[in-house]
Design a protein around this ligand. Structure first.
Ligand code: MRU
Length: 366
């Protein structure tokens, strides 16, 4: 993506060999990068959500393993690195996918060859993510173009959280079709759920769309149902952190309520799905997907910029009121109109996914 006229990815290696990320905790008010120099830096960046979004978590974990190999490339060092990274965030399956991939490629190499091989594979993981997201963009843009053909004004799309460029290495999943359709000249408007408690919609999606000149409006999380009842949304597109082999989708908390409202109002509800986000080992999302619970402080306090331009954090709740902070929820496949993948759009079902990905589905029992 172009930021202030310069092309950026969300994670990259500098010519000096350092790993750099965009620090997403500073957006939208400051666009700054920071260096990851060690396994601990990578694990902290994922845990503290300087990087976030399922595909970018996977890519950062791959670089985390590479950084670990520069310090201790023994079998024990590899195991410790994978364990530390795996403990950072539980829901996005891309983390497990990336770590299993890295371990499988490194374990049979001599320790002195592991760091170089790990950096090379981490770079490939990033390039593969970019290609996957471009594919999602192409297939999703066709859907949007189809809606545009029968619409007078702009196509109105609702999205939740941030499943854009910042959640991936480039392009995004839910937002990739929007970027592709916008580039093709389709008139669009995006309704952006603020996405409490961390406000990834208000701070990250709104910033991304603004940078690309795409018309958008930030709404409170509870507004979507009202807009759908009044015919103000043509389709919803969201991301996913883990999708079962049967098409249940786990995404940022509140996604399920949007899907219910969309179902009740006959609004198509699509999910941008990179194939590494499918967990072929499970078939019941509600029962089988671990849901991250984060600090209550993310609910009781809010972060922003004050009138003097200073970053600040204020308390919303009474002293002593307990708060619960569930990070994700599961939208059952029956509420999902279709999955937009890098290989095309399919039904949210075992048959739909296995039809597009027979190579990945093979070997997993029904
Ligand atoms: O807690 P986050 O910000 O990591 O949650 C991100 C999401 O829920 C995204 O929608 C999901 O990772 C899909 S990203 C392409």
């Amino acid at each position: 993506m172009q930021i202030n006229g310069n092309p950026y990815r969300t994670i990259w290696r500098t010519s000096a060999g350092d790993v750099e990320i965009i620090d997403q905790t500073k957006l939208p008010h400051a666009f700054v990068s920071c260096r990851l120099a060690s396994l601990q830096d990578a694990a902290d960046a994922i845990y503290n959500m300087q990087v976030r979004g399922a595909p970018l978590i996977g890519a950062t974990a791959a670089y985390g393993v590479a950084l670990a190999m520069t310090a201790d490339a023994s079998d024990v060092g590899l195991a410790v690195a994978c364990e530390a990274l795996m403990a950072t965030r539980p829901t996005a399956v891309n983390l497990r996918w990336a770590l299993e991939d890295m371990r499988a490629r490194l374990i049979d190499l001599a320790p002195e060859r592991r760091a170089d091989a790990a950096f090379a594979r981490a770079a490939d993981v990033c390039d593969e993510d970019v290609a996957i997201c471009q594919g999602i963009g192409i297939h999703g843009a066709r859907l949007i173009t189809h809606v545009a053909a029968s619409s007078d004004g702009p196509v109105n799309i609702l999205t939740h959280c941030n499943a854009g460029w910042l959640a991936t290495v480039d392009w995004g999943t839910a937002l990739a079709p929007i970027y592709a359709a916008h580039s093709a000249g389709i008139e669009l408007h995006v309704w952006v759920d603020e996405t409490r408690p961390r406000n990834q919609g208000a701070s990250l999606t709104a910033w991304e769309l603004g940078q690309q000149g795409i018309p958008h409006t930030v709404i409170v999380d509870n507004a979507g149902g009202h807009l759908m009842q009044h015919g103000m949304i043509d389709l919803c597109i969201v991301g996913t952190d883990r999708t079962t082999a049967t098409g249940d989708v786990c995404n940022k908390i509140g996604t399920y309520l949007k899907a219910l409202a969309a179902y009740d109002n006959d609004v198509p509800f699509y999910v941008g799905l990179p194939s590494p986000t499918v967990d072929w080992s499970i078939s019941d999302g509600v029962a089988d997907i671990p849901i991250e619970e984060r600090s209550a402080e993310e609910v009781t306090h809010i972060f922003g910029r004050d009138q003097q331009g200073q970053d600040c954090r204020v308390q919303l709740t009474p002293d002593g009121s307990p708060a619960a902070n569930y990070g994700f929820d599961v939208t059952p496949a029956r509420l999902v109109t279709g999955l937009i993948t890098e290989r095309g759009v399919c039904a949210a079902s075992r048959a739909g996914l296995a039809g597009l990905f027979p190579d990945l589905a093979a070997g997993w029992a029904e």
